[in-house]
Structure formats: C-alpha cells, structure tokens
Design a protein around this ligand. Structure first.
Ligand code: GBH
Length: 519
C-alpha cells in the first residue's frame, strides 16, 4: 500500500502528542473539565462528502457531476482556481481514511455516495459496476474496522445529465431520485443501517438555484429556489417510503434527512421587529423544509405560505411562486424521517429589511426580508460567514425541540469550524469544546433529544466555492504532495480525548486567544 506508512506516521504523531500533553504544557484559561458526561449510547462520528474528498472524477467509469462540468467550464469559479478532480484522493486512499477514523476512536462515519459514480447517466438503466464495487469495498472495510457507516445519498453532486434536464426544478427528479435510492438500498442495505437522503436542501436551493454561489448557479431568484425545495422535499419523502415499505422490513435500518440551520438572534433583543425578523428567518430557511416533514400538521409553515403568496401577488404573478402540495403529498411528507439530522455552524443577528445590496426582486432573500449581521465580538477564524457563538448551538436545539417536539431524535450530522490552515489549530479545539459543551447543556438542562454528533470534517477537503483555501479538517491534507499526505491536527487529538472520556476537558490542549472570550 503506497500510503499506509503515511497513516502509520499520522497515528504515531497522535500518540506522541498525547505524551507531550500528558506532561501538562497547557496554560489554562478555560474552566476545567465539564461536569457532564455524554450519554452511554451517544453516537460519536466524523463526516465527509464524496465530491469534497474523492477526486478520481473521470476514473472507474464515473459519470460527470454538475460540479465537475461547471468548474471545468468556469475554471475561475474558486479563488485558487481549483476543482474537485483529485481533491484528497480518497478514491484511492480510502483505507488511509479509515485508519484515521479509527485513530479518532469514533464508532460512526458519515460519508456520501457520488450519484454519478454509481449511475453515470443519473438514471438506473446503467449501473457502473466499478463504482458499485468501490462503495462496497469502502463500506465493508468500515464494518471490518468496527465503524458504522452513515450514508448520505445526495450531497450536492448531481449527475450532469439530470442537471441538463433542469435539476431539482424538474418534477421528474422525484422519480430519478427514487430509482437511484433503490439501487443504493439494493446494493448496500444489507450492511448500511443508517441512511440520510439529502444534505442541506436549503443551502443547495438558496446558493445554487436562487443565486450563483453554488453550482448549478442558476440565478433563478425567487422562482427556481422554491421548485428546488419542493421537489427535494418530495424526493426525500418518496425515498423514505421506498425504504420503509420495500427495504426496512428485511434490512431493518433507519432513514432521515439532514437540514442546516444557523441560529437566528434578534439584533436588538428588546425590539419586537428584530424578534419577528429572527423568527421569520428561521421559518423561511429552516421551517420551509422542517415543517412539512417534522410538524404535526405537515405542509409549509403558514408564515412562509403567507409571505411568498403575498409577495407573488404584489409582483403580478397569477399564482404563488411557492408550489402547493396536494393533500396526499402533505401526508406522504409528514413524518417521513426517523431522525432530524442537523448541520449547525454559526449564528447571525437579524433585523427586518425590505432591500439590501445584492438582493433581487423577487428573490428568496427579498421574501425573507431579513438583514443578517454578526456580532463583531464573535471571533471569525476563517471564511467570513463562520463566526463563533457557541450558545447559538444550544438555542437552535431548543428552538427545534419547541417547534417539532422531542420525540424525533436529533443527530448532529455536521458541526465544525474553518480556518486558513495549520496543524496547531487551537481555535478549532476551542470551538469543538465550547460547542459540545452547549450540546451537553441542551441535553441535560433543556431536555433536547440529541443522540449523536458528527464532526465536520475528517480532513481538509474541497470546500465548494472556497476551493482549498478554507480548511475544516481534523486532519491536515497536504494538497501539494502527490500523496495528499494526511497529518493530525491538535483538534484531532482533542476530539479523540472527548470521544474516549465522554467528557470535555477544556485544559487538555493549550488554550488560544479566543478562549479568553467567554461566550
Ligand atoms: C455544509 O454546508 C456542507 O454540508 C459541507 O459540505 C460543507 O463543507 C460544510 O458545511 C462547511 O461549509 O450562507 O450566505 O452566509 C455549509 C454551506 C454555504 C454555509 C455557504 C455558508 C456562506 C454564504 N455553507 N454559506 S451564506
């Protein structure tokens, strides 16, 4: 194995780091060990996505995803002029990845299947045998290593031929998604027992269909965005029922969806209009997807329906830009998830606005009608959008619990922090400690039903629009080396300690300047 020595080396570095920290180098500013212990069966894991790590974009019979096609056509899409052609080369180095996951001591790994690697045309008439074998090998290797795979079917890398048909604005996508899922359940359902259908529909529709921040860069402001949401929701529900009826009886697994949610804080908590803006943001951006699936009544939230209907009318549309579910569809979607997969990163401060720079009329932003700021006191260690406000994590968990009840377990399918790189990532250590502490408070003091946590992400990867400039990994990847050498960061060591002790020890690793800031 050409690179297993690199991983052995990585494991050795982790071991030596432990020794060095056991000698007590830390300058302590934090508040010592938290009193709380993570619950007995709490699922600790780490997450990745196919397009961000695999590379091998045209190997092994793989078809093109819309990200491949778009970035090849627009090479200056990312600031470093990069693409996902090679990425972290996990297609060839998956065994190394699995050793890294083992080193962290986590029992779960959330990965995604590249739809075009399995179905090069997107449709199920042609299954790529080599792609099918690849995921089989990865999944079997994980099981051998005692790591439970959690598989996402769609983490944004839509097959280009389906994008050419309009992507998720096309109602036919619901069928295609079901067909793809059937192939995946048939091939892997004997060993995969936890599935998620879709990763972050909101980010996909907002950035890719309303705007051009993500591929497909459709710029279908205020129109395509709701079609995308509508058919993603229906596609999810279809796949849920497919699994529930045809596969669950013998495969006996679980299936849910992953939604993303920033916390929304009123900019001035004493102002009613800011409180309303925060609530409107949450309903428009989280409720749009969560309410149809997790609420008692189903369908889009009343507030969203009202806002988009009214604006559509004022704008001269004969019908609402927000599509309408039939009563049968409402019933099909309602309750179509065994858990609530939540990705959470940061918080914004909300105040009402009718127009901001860069908004279009109509658009999702204009419909939402909320200006988003961040508190200058919140540290921003990397990309502009991700500022550190740990308490927001506890608050969004409470908001979701209040909205949708505590019956459906929440699994944090992503949480993590970006910086500009480096192995001594004290800020990331601090981020994880503080966010995980808020999660413990949500469990023990607020009664939120959180059953698992996946750190984003195993290693530095292709961070979509940011290319390779923005780093989220627990492991550093040297993208300049042909080996894509992986090296553990301090945050890997810290996470391993948390997983092992089931406690957060704020003193385990020397503190950063950000820790002074007691949020
Ligand atoms: C998740 O998306 C993804 O699931 C994952 O693939 C990704 O690597 C990870 O998080 C880290 O980014 O929202 O207007 O402030 C997060 C999607 C998209 C959120 C860009 C922040 C910035 C523009 N991110 N967005 S805005």
């Amino acid at each position: 194995m050409r690179s297993s020595s690199g991983v052995a080396q990585a494991a050795a570095i982790i071991a030596s780091l432990s020794l060095c920290f056991a000698n007590g180098v830390s300058a302590v500013i934090g508040s010592g060990s938290s009193n709380f212990t993570f619950p007995e069966n709490f699922m600790f894991g780490v997450a990745t996505a196919a397009f961000q790590i695999e590379g091998a974009w045209n190997e092994g019979g793989k078809g093109e995803s819309m990200w491949d096609t778009y970035i090849h056509k627009h090479p200056d899409y990312t600031p470093d002029l990069s693409n996902g052609d090679v990425a972290a080369d996990s297609y060839h180095k998956y065994k190394d990845d699995i050793v890294m996951i083992q080193t962290l001591g986590v029992e779960y790994y959330r990965l995604s299947i590249s739809w075009p690697r399995l179905l090069p045309q997107g449709t199920d008439n042609h299954i790529n045998k080599e792609g099918a074998r690849y995921y089989r090998k990865v999944l079997e290797e994980l099981i051998k290593a005692n790591i439970t795979p959690v598989v996402t079917l769609f983490h944004w890398d839509l097959p280009t031929p389906l994008m050419d048909l309009g992507g998720w604005t096309n109602p036919k996508m619901v069928d295609y998604f079901e067909d793809y899922a059937r192939v995946a359940f048939t091939l892997y359902g004997d060993i995969v027992k936890i599935w998620t259908t879709i990763n972050e529909p909101h980010q996909q529709c907002y950035n890719g269909y309303d705007g051009d921040y993500f591929v497909p860069a459709l710029n279908s402001h205020g129109v395509g965005v709701y079609l995308c949401a509508h058919y993603l929701i229906l596609g999810h529900a279809r796949v849920y029922h497919l699994y529930d009826k045809e596969f669950r009886p013998h495969q006996k697994g679980k299936i849910g969806i992953t939604l993303d949610a920033f916390w929304a804080e009123p900019k001035d908590p004493s102002k009613v209009e800011d409180q309303e803006a925060a609530e409107r943001y949450l309903q428009m951006r989280v409720g749009l997807f969560a309410h149809p699936i997790y609420s008692e009544t189903g369908d889009y939230p009343a507030l969203v329906r009202e806002v988009v209907n009214n604006n559509s009318m004022l704008q001269g549309y004969a019908r609402s830009r927000l599509p309408v579910f039939s009563p049968q569809e409402i019933e099909m979607v309602r309750g179509s998830s065994d858990f609530f997969g939540l990705n959470h990163y940061t918080t914004f401060l909300m105040s009402p606005s009718t127009m901001e720079k860069g908004w279009f009329v109509p658009s999702y932003d204009h419909d939402t009608g909320v200006r988003m700021d961040q508190d200058p006191n919140w540290p921003i260690p990397g990309s502009t959008w991700l500022s550190i406000y740990p308490a927001g994590f506890r608050k969004i968990l409470n908001w979701l619990t209040k909205q949708y009840g505590a019956d459906v377990p929440i699994i944090i399918t992503e949480n993590g922090m970006c910086d500009w790189g480096g192995i001594n990532d004290y800020e990331r250590v601090s981020y994880y400690n503080k966010y995980l502490y808020q999660l413990l408070l949500a469990i023990y003091q607020d009664g939120c039903n959180v059953q698992g946590y996946f750190a984003w992400t195993l290693m530095d990867d292709f961070e979509w629009k940011d290319g390779y400039t923005s780093k989220f990994g627990l492991f550093h990847v040297d993208f300049d080396s042909p080996e894509k050498t992986r090296t553990p960061k301090l945050s890997a060591l810290n996470y391993r300690h948390i997983v092992k002790t089931k406690k957060i020890d704020f003193n385990y690793i020397k503190q950063s300047k950000y820790l002074v800031n007691n949020l």
